[in-house]
Ligand binder design. Structure first.
Ligand SMILES: O=C(NCCCCCn1ccnc1)c1cc(-c2ccc(F)cc2)cc(O)c1O
Ligand SMILES: [Mg+2]
Length: 217
């Protein structure tokens, strides 16, 4: 075929979604995943919870680990206030390239910055290089074994404040070994588990975990 699944998804979006309309991009991507090819988007029930978190929290500075094709980046950014920003990190260059196109198609390139680097390297540079003081929302959706490494790094960099929300996808499938134990065992967070369907699969259950930071500034 020569093309990747991500390139085929982008082609479908360019042909069927309305330029500059985030809702249209998301609806079209969901249609692609339901009718053509499955993709690992934090969609449907997972996306509904993410929407609820963003609408209630009204975050100014958001960090996403694991952009993939940009579905959740668009889902988050479409609900952000005018001056709010999302930094999303994708280590895979092919995914990052597609994500940048999807973000542009949604007309959200002024709110979303896609960074094609290793998450740990960027987290260490958020204050000095990316002009971040605090993170209001963190969405964990990259390699599952990295959730625990990166949340510890975010704490070390003192990037969270009282009320910051850490939202983790896939805590059941594929599962985030050690992350759940760590975050639920920490006195610095108040965690809530949500049992949800796996993206685009009505007969599979996954889980997401919402953790509110209550520790010291
Ligand atoms: O692996 C996932 N995401 C990370 C992808 C690579 C991230 C690279 N990166 C970005 C920044 N730093 C590193 C993922 C997998 C699945 C899944 C579950 C079952 C199955 F049979 C097939 C797939 C479902 C998801 O919802 C996921 O998020
Ligand atoms: Mg995921």
């Amino acid at each position: 075929k020569g093309t990747t699944r991500e390139q085929r998804a982008l082609k479908y979006l360019k042909e069927h979604a309305r330029q500059g309309d985030p809702d249209s991009v998301l609806e079209t991507f969901d249609e692609f995943c339901r009718t053509q090819e499955w993709a690992m988007n934090a969609a449907e029930e997972k996306g509904d919870i993410l929407d609820e978190i963003v609408r209630e929290l009204q975050p100014t500075t958001c960090l996403e680990l694991g952009t993939y094709c940009g579905y959740s980046a668009v889902r988050i950014a479409r609900n952000l206030s005018p001056s709010a920003r999302l930094i999303t990190i994708e280590v895979n260059p092919d995914y990052a390239a597609v994500a940048r196109e999807v973000v542009k198609l949604a007309g959200l390139q002024d709110k979303i910055e896609v960074i094609n680097l290793d998450s740990a390297d960027v987290i260490r540079e958020l204050k000095n290089t990316y002009d971040v003081t605090k993170l209001d929302l963190v969405f964990l959706d990259h390699w599952k074994y990295l959730y625990i490494r990166d949340i510890k790094l975010i704490e070390e960099e003192k990037l969270l404040k009282k009320g910051s929300v850490v939202f983790a996808d896939n805590v059941i499938i594929p599962g985030a070994p050690g992350y759940l134990e760590y975050i639920r065992g920490s006195k610095n967070y108040k965690s809530t588990f949500y049992s949800v369907h796996f993206e685009y699969m009505d007969d599979m259950k996954d889980g997401v975990e919402k953790s509110v930071y209550i520790g010291d500034e």
